[in-house]
Design a protein around this ligand. Sequence first.
Ligand SMILES: C[S@@+](CC[C@H](N)C(=O)[O-])C[C@H]1O[C@@H](n2cnc3c(N)ncnc32)[C@H](O)[C@@H]1O
Length: 291
Amino acid sequence: MKINEIKQQFLSQLSITYPKQEIENFFYLLSQKYLGLKRIDVALNPDFKINSKTDQEFNSALAKLKQEIPIQYIIGETEFYGLPFYVDKNVLIPRPETEELVEWIVQEVKSKKLKVKSAKSLTILDIGTGSGCIAVALAKNIPFAKVWALDVSEKALKIAKKNAILNGVDLQFLNEDILALKKLHLQFDIIVSNPPYVRELEKSKMHKNVLSNEPHLALFVKNNNPLLFYNKIADLAKENLNLNGELYFEINQAFAKETKTLLKEKGFQNIESKKDIFGNDRMVKADLFQI
Ligand SMILES: C[S@@+](CC[C@H](N)C(=O)[O-])C[C@H]1O[C@@H](n2cnc3c(N)ncnc32)[C@H](O)[C@@H]1O
């Protein structure tokens, strides 16, 4: 079969489910993955012959796209903060909003770099690391930091370890249930978390491809306790943050005010929230000053 014929199959068979541009993007990602061909190569060689093994790979991807399986899971990789990441169904696909949280931390650290660097190397803990996207991106961009990545899911930690190797960073891993943990036996300068924060009742507003494919362990909390993780992580942070340590959260946009109030009541200071590129309240930062 010729490559252009496969492209036409994708366009005709997926048009009920996706817009044309998105189908083309899928097709070019797959051409790059299976054949090492860039978009321009495909355009210049429409008659390029595909062998039967690759033909089967395209067909299998086409069938999965019809079932609305995310392209990132089909090709097994994605990009986050300009870095490559392996992903599979055991980890959440990293979101652009989370890149903004990483950017906030990187910029804050850069602005205080000299102070931190002269004191010691910076220690960071990422709670609910999933693919390891936050931990790896921070370790890569703050080279003097020592970064720990924690998750309750062993399968997620396996992917996070692969991603640390892929990106050439050295992370420390902790397999813990943060909700059951009494105390961490380590102190950190920064604790960051993008914990599960979608209420079960919000399921009806979510796209089918997220609901059917991404791990529910990574996404959902009970309707009656939306701040469960924030409450527990803030308590741990009070014990395990160093003097002048900082806590960063990605948050549910519906609970920015409540999350800030919770942090204030626990004694955190300089509590700030930030909107994401879509204009939603998406991140919170708080400092812990100890006497
Ligand atoms: C929203 S995902 C975030 C993943 C990744 N940090 C990111 O930003 O894409 C939440 C993560 O928390 C983990 N998690 C869920 N419950 C947990 C628990 N009780 N203790 C530790 N981690 C938990 C999930 O396995 C998942 O990887």
